[in-house]
Design a protein around this ligand. Sequence first.
Ligand code: UDP
Length: 460
Amino acid sequence: MKEERVWRGHVVVVPYPSQGHINPLLQFAKRLASKGVQATVATTHYTVNTIYAPNVSVEAISDGYDEGGHGHASDTGAYLKAFKTFGSKTLSQLIRKFETSDSPVTCVVYDSFLPWALDVAIQHGVYGAAFFTNSATVSSLLYRIHHGLLTLPVKVEDMPLCIPGLHKLGYPDLPSFLKAPDSYPAYLAMTLSQYSNLHQAHWILGNTFDDLELQFPAAEGECEVWKGTMIGPMIPSAYLDGRIEDDRGYGASLWKPLDHKCKKWLELKPAGSVVYVSFGSMVVLTPKQMEEIAWGLRGSDYHFLWVVKESEHGKLPEGFIEATEEKGLVVTWCQQLELLAHEAIGCFVTHCGWNSTLEALCLGVPMVGVPKFADQFTNAKFIEDVWGVGVRAKEEDNNGTVRREELQFCLREVMDGERSQEMKKNAAKWKELAKNAVSEGGSSDNNINEFVAQVCTGNK
Ligand code: UDP
């Protein structure tokens, strides 16, 4: 009798090659591997060597800029076009390579910024799953625009925005490209392209969890929101459980972390006494904003650890590094998870990128939100008003700069102001809820198990 094939499932995970996208998708690949699925991460030549993932294979595909990545493209539009052309071809070759092996590919999990990867999956007759790295709220807004339920630009008169099932949003809470779409044509086109072929995806996965963003279930038929399966937070469980075995974070770093310097410095600081400051991997601050943050931190009562990327160093005010002495440490990159998990950190001044927001929430660190671009404004709204784990710094009306006095006021509020205890209590509550969601029997874990079961049967 012919032996029936046992499907273990082989998932190829394709991230957009930036830090905020590689991190959650790599983590998902590792999570799948821990559940017995064979996982391969297919990423660009430029990023392939930045990944450390013992239980996952890593393979290179091409974006057409194999030497230098998107930094070498003339603009975002040109980069995306090249990635689609070269990425489709090389992803297809990769799937074909596995066809004759013991473990043919059964599913492509692709970053929703790369919808062409779904077309490749369909051509090869394997499952396609879109992985959204934004919040469900932002994905819902974009979904509504794509379906003509929301017209651009969204105006002050349209406020508040009440979407069934979601928290009410005011004008300052909207992603920047909804208010000024003409200022961000390529970015807007990319975010809307996520929906171009989404009806063909077998799953829509979201890096969030059930309790986090949905206010109440929308009535059947009234549901005009993005319908994803929540599988987050995609943060290494060792950090959620507080049993960190190594200091590699997600296991991917596009820049060299200066962790030893940070750790040594932090060891000498009392618990909850340090402000950690980072604007993520993409934000470019104006010189004026850098100056205000620098002197705001220097003039505050707190120790601070500030990540200033090498490309931003020239904007630091003259004499600032020397003037910080024992009080502050400026580094070019760090292992953020490691820092947020350190007991010396009492507050995170963040640009409110979705990963940074989730990381602080999951590790119980209260935040001061200084959003600058895209979805960061919406995330800041949740930090302050929905989860009660921080405050959003107010900008000067005319140029969007947060002044030093405002930063210092926010730091006092979060570190030891009247509402500080409440924020810390809420942060501890969300930490627990996040951990529950991904632990055995939690909502996200159950959703991942269902996904795995289907991928492993191989039946569409
Ligand atoms: N990050 C890091 N070290 C740093 C700053 C950031 O490891 O010094 C990581 C951070 O943990 C997060 C990612 O980079 O996972 C940034 O993603 P996010 O969505 O917060 O912002 P983006 O960089 O996409 O704007």
